[in-house]
Ligand binder design. Structure first.
Ligand SMILES: *Cc1c(COP(=O)(O)O)cnc(C)c1O
Length: 426
């Protein structure tokens, strides 16, 4: 059998890059087979190294909400590249970008830019600890806050996909203050907070979890977290790296009418370039160096190319709020269509969705936390994934990831996707 270009490229990559990939979930470990090597992308479509075309539901794991290669974003990046790609000195773009985000997200007074969601969450946690002078914090099982040491306890995303139980290389001393709760359990978190109240620096949560599939908070749950934090003087951190500018211009905070004390961002705010950020109340943000003694820095932070790609993307979202309504309609259409064809096949399944985040779970019970998310049938998911891929639909290669829709998708694309799910052999 002739080997494909992707197979050849993967073979070569594995000689020089561990597992052939620079981020583990890309390796298709959960679903088997060879990762598809990509060549070009435009709008809703990807073209791989063998010239196969796919409808994209990963969208670079969220950032490409406008679709790939949006002409305005590309033009802005090219223009900036002609002027300068990096200074390591302050620029007007950073202030413009900060003002834009503050104008779109509720409750932010100040923001600091970093280069990834991981950095944003690490820095927000350090800040919360520095601000409260406490060291314990609570995170949730199956939630992912990047690969910072303290967060890699019962984490979602690739850690869940690869089923890594004990993360090597992280001393216990670093995770001793990491307390883990199950998402959506009102009593457990209340007990945990009460037991640790004088030592609890923060609760960090994905307000809508997207790294164990898409899992919504139960009604009142986020408010519960807000009240608990207020009661014991802990910092509530919303990790909106995924949900920020995805669910609404103001992210989950806007949708649920709840304000966190600190919010982390990534993904969409870079418009496809590497950017992260954390922001919040002035009183807390004033603790960061050079104003305060919580140190945080970055050689390429606020990089002009990344700033302009993000600024242009966010400006388009700000000026066209209709995009969110359209995305919602399209995703609801996809949900309905998938439900119909999967039911017709007699497959046990559930679909979780909010806005343009959606995930399909092949299990009986509703998925509301990590335990229920792991109850899905992996064999069915594998077959579903490969069936869709063969039919030109590129889905996340793990049931522990949310799919993301982009504004470029047409109803034809959605119909093709639904038809593929109906005809795929699994
Ligand atoms: C992706 C993600 C991160 C990590 O961001 P990176 O840019 O990959 O470091 C953190 N938190 C959440 C909720 C994410 O989805």
């Amino acid at each position: 059998m002739k080997i494909t270009n992707s197979e050849q490229l993967f073979f070569e990559a594995q000689k020089v890059i561990p597992g052939g990939v620079n981020s583990p979930v890309r390796a298709f470990k959960q679903v088997g087979g060879t990762p598809v090597f990509m060549k070009t992308a435009k709008g809703a479509y990807l073209v791989d190294a063998d010239n196969n075309k796919y409808i994209d539901y990963i969208n670079s794991w969220g950032p490409m909400i406008l679709g790939h290669g949006h002409p305005k974003v590309i033009e802005a990046v090219k223009e900036q590249a002609d002027k300068a790609v990096s200074f390591g000195a302050p620029t007007l773009q950073e202030t413009d970008m900060a003002k834009l985000i503050i104008s779109m997200v509720p409750g932010l007074d100040m923001i600091r830019f970093v280069n990834s969601g991981t950095e944003a969450c690490m820095s927000a946690l350090r800040l919360a600890r520095g601000y409260t002078n406490r060291s314990k914090f609570i995170k949730f099982e199956g939630h992912y806050h990047g690969h910072g040491d303290a967060f890699l306890k019962k984490a979602g995303s690739g850690v869940a996909t690869l089923n890594i139980k004990v993360n090597a290389g992280i001393p216990n001393a670093v995770t001793d203050d990491t307390l883990v709760a199950s998402f959506n359990d009102f009593e457990e978190i209340e007990q945990l907070v009460n037991q640790n109240k004088s030592e609890l620096a923060a609760i960090i949560v994905e307000p809508v979890a997207g790294n164990m599939g898409c899992v919504l908070p139960k009604p009142g749950y986020l408010q519960h977290l807000r009240s608990l934090c207020d009661r014991v003087g802990s910092v509530l951190i919303f990790d909106e790296v995924m949900t920020g500018f995805r669910l609404a211009r103001g992210g989950a905070q806007e949708i649920y009418y709840i304000q966190a004390d600190l919010v982390t961002f990534g993904k969409i705010i870079g418009g496809g370039l590497p950017v992260g950020a954390f922001g919040g109340k002035r009183e807390i943000m004033n603790k960061i160096a050079p104003l305060g003694d919580v140190y945080q820095a970055g050689t390429l932070s606020g990089n002009p190319l990344a700033m302009i790609a993000g600024f242009t993307t966010l400006s388009i979202l700000k000026e066209n709020p209709g995009i969110y309504k359209e995305l919602e309609k399209k995703t609801a259409y996809l949900e309905k269509g998938l439900k119909e064809v999967l039911s017709k096949k007699g497959l046990l399944h559930g679909i979780n969705r909010l806005g343009s985040m959606i995930s399909v779970h092949f299990c009986k019970a509703e998925v509301t936390d990590f335990k229920s998310a792991t109850a899905g049938n992996n064999d069915t998911f594998k077959k579903f994934f490969h069936g869709m891929l063969e039919n030109g639909v590129y889905l996340p290669p793990s049931p522990f990831e949310s799919w993301f829709l982009s504004d470029s998708l047409t109803y034809n694309d959605l119909d093709h996707t639904i038809k593929a799910a109906g005809s795929a052999n699994f």
